[in-house]
Design a protein around this ligand. Sequence first.
Ligand SMILES: NC(=O)c1ccc[n+]([C@@H]2O[C@H](COP(=O)([O-])OP(=O)(O)OC[C@H]3O[C@@H](n4cnc5c(N)ncnc54)[C@H](OP(=O)(O)O)[C@@H]3O)[C@@H](O)[C@H]2O)c1
Length: 323
Amino acid sequence: MLAAYAARIDPEDPLSALEVGDVPQPEPPAGWVTVDVRAAALNHHDVWSLRGIGLPEERLPMVLGCDAAGVDPDGNEVIVHCVVSDPDWRGDETLDPKMSLLSEIHPGTLAERVAVPARNLVPKPAGLSFEDAACLPTAWLTAYRMLFVRGALAPGETVLVQGAGGGVASAAIALGHAAGLRVWATSRDERKRDLALELGAAAAFEAGARLPERVDAVIETVGEATWKHSVRSLKPGGRLVVAGGTSGLQPPAELPHVFFRQLNVLGSTMGTLEELRQLVSMLEVTGLRPRIDRTIPLADAAEGFAAMIAGDLLGKVVLRVDR
Ligand SMILES: NC(=O)c1ccc[n+]([C@@H]2O[C@H](COP(=O)([O-])OP(=O)(O)OC[C@H]3O[C@@H](n4cnc5c(N)ncnc54)[C@H](OP(=O)(O)O)[C@@H]3O)[C@@H](O)[C@H]2O)c1
């Protein structure tokens, strides 16, 4: 079957480590099923994998991808939850020490078919296209958990979203607006600041700009480049919710600001199966849909990776599996 996979590891030139070609069919172990993928979405996680972060050489070749929507063996349209926890784990799957994401240990979703634990499937509503549904399991779910679970943001509060063009960031802007938050966003790029306004941000600022007032919470996935600004933008007692660091993972500590203003730094990773169900329901209720930068055939995956590595996206890249 056709798949986009990491054939090598290259920390400097991740695109050169990507190959798109034939791989063996998935072999689902007991309790797993094979999903015919109709659409899959890219995430920065896939770029990290090509750079060797979270994906050691001995697991190569590895089919990339965390996000997919498709059809299960009974013909049901489904969305794949990509958090694989131990079958005996109970409670929040993201807290299982043995948890992995598809494409870390088990082959991922950028393929014609993917094997997943049967319990990881969420019904896809008929009103949600495969392309829209494929955007939800990683970036949108992460944004949902950052805002509403870890950040516990309430309607009327002000949240700053750093790096507006990113997959998680653009989802956080749209979800935050739909939930009645006052969303402020930053971006280095004017086009992306315009996108933020289009997605529902009340205001968009240049990266690092002084804000009109301090905010209740910050959604941080950019890392080193924006961390200092995030810390300094928070009200006393504010919440800095962090899920990633695209620009670098060693941000300045800013410790005096953290303790003097009693800030809460809250790590967040992915989301639970139940949170994915709630997110799907929120899209049904609100009519909100993911912002998709481009939809391209799986065979052209390298084009999408190149745009993501260049930081040149306004929303998600979706790969279509044509049958
Ligand atoms: N913990 C989790 O469960 C989880 C889940 C999803 C993602 N993540 C992590 O979150 C991060 C974002 O993921 P994503 O898929 O949303 O990535 P993405 O779509 O590639 O995000 C790119 C955005 O990051 C900003 N950015 C990149 N480099 C920058 C730099 N040098 N200076 C300032 N801004 C920069 C840009 O914002 P502007 O150009 O608009 O300024 C860009 O639009 C990644 O590190 C990813 O691994 C973690």
